[in-house]
Design a protein around this ligand. Structure first.
Ligand code: AMP
Ligand code: MN
Ligand code: MN
Ligand code: MN
Length: 291
């Protein structure tokens, strides 16, 4: 079997999005960008959707880029939306495919309610406006609304949109009930993959709820946590490296790249994991698609 050496300092990028969810590049364009940027192990992790996996794998293979299958599942835990990344699974496994289809359900209804709220504060046509940016009709997301609000000049950039709209207590925010933590971890595991808590610093949990998230996640069979991500500051990466060690979780690394125009962290442009951590790719070595 091929091995990745030296494992700890591999340029792995195991979190990004394509037009199959809320990114602006195709799986093929992302594969090329990852290769150009020196990524040595790549995963496409679209929200609640594995429809881009075969394309990503084929594109990576054609470029000689080692690939892990990926997904980012939306979960509701303690009334907060939490994202669980799955890596190294069979993308055609029925439990995973059906679970994700169920998780995607309700997005359209939510989007119409978001548009109604925006109309009530004077922003008309947001549903159709957001739809123009949607590549997958089952995956209309807040990001697509954000692009419409930038296009129409309501906000300067998507960060301002999320600050002023689309987040809790702001117009355009519609609370949504996503998958259960235990179900998301189970779908990933049944499909042969590893479950990983995405960007833990981003959640609005109390310290008690965060502790509960980590302990329940592990009880369900979760095995990893993102430590180095485009969503973490350097201080947060240190904080969650300590959490990974405290909870005995493997550590992941991923840019969460969505778009050349919107994302601060490009594919492959991340600090390395600290040497004392166990990288997730060490545990996933037999699930890497070589070329
Ligand atoms: P949704 O799944 O429809 O709730 O949309 C969530 C997506 O919105 C995330 O995956 C991000 O891509 C994007 N997002 C959330 N918060 C922000 C933010 N503060 N700035 C920019 N994008 C954000
Ligand atoms: Mn996103
Ligand atoms: Mn996320
Ligand atoms: Mn993401």
């Amino acid at each position: 079997m091929k091995t990745l050496t030296p494992t700890g300092i591999l340029n792995a990028d195991l979190h990004c999005h394509s037009v199959v969810s809320d990114g602006t590049l195709t799986p093929e364009q992302l594969a090329q960008r990852a290769k150009t940027n020196g990524v040595e192990l790549w995963a496409l992790t679209d929200h609640d959707e594995v429809g881009g996996q075969h394309r990503a794998m084929a594109a990576a293979s054609a470029l000689g880029l080692p690939y892990l299958t990926g997904v980012e599942v939306s979960v509701t835990f303690a009334s907060v939306t939490v994202h669980i990344v799955g890596l190294g699974f069979d993308p055609d496994h029925p439990a995973l495919v059906q679970g994700l289809a169920q998780t995607r359900g309700g997005r359209d209804q939510r989007a119409q309610e978001m548009a109604d709220q925006l109309a009530a504060v004077g922003i008309k046509g947001a549903y159709d406006g957001a739809l123009k940016y949607v590549g997958n009709p089952e995956l209309i997301s807040r990001t697509h609304f954000a692009r419409f609000l930038v296009e129409t000049g309501v906000c300067q950039d998507t960060n301002e949109v999320f600050r002023r709209f689309l987040t809790e207590n702001k117009p355009g925010f519609v609370p949504h009930r996503w998958a259960k933590l235990g179900d998301a971890v189970r779908w990933i595991r049944e499909a042969g993959g590893m479950a990983i808590i995405a960007h833990p610093a981003r959640y609005d949990h109390s310290p008690t709820a965060e502790y509960a998230l980590f302990t329940e996640f592990i009880a369900h069979g979760g095995q990893g946590v993102e430590v180095v991500t485009g969503s973490h500051s350097a201080a947060e990466a240190i904080q969650y490296a300590d959490m990974a060690l405290e909870f005995g979780l493997a550590a992941s690394r991923g840019s969460d790249f969505h778009s050349p125009e919107e994302s601060h962290t490009d594919l492959g442009a991340l600090p390395h994991l600290q040497g004392k951590l166990t990288p997730v790719w060490e545990l996933l070595a037999d699930r890497i698609h070589w070329h």
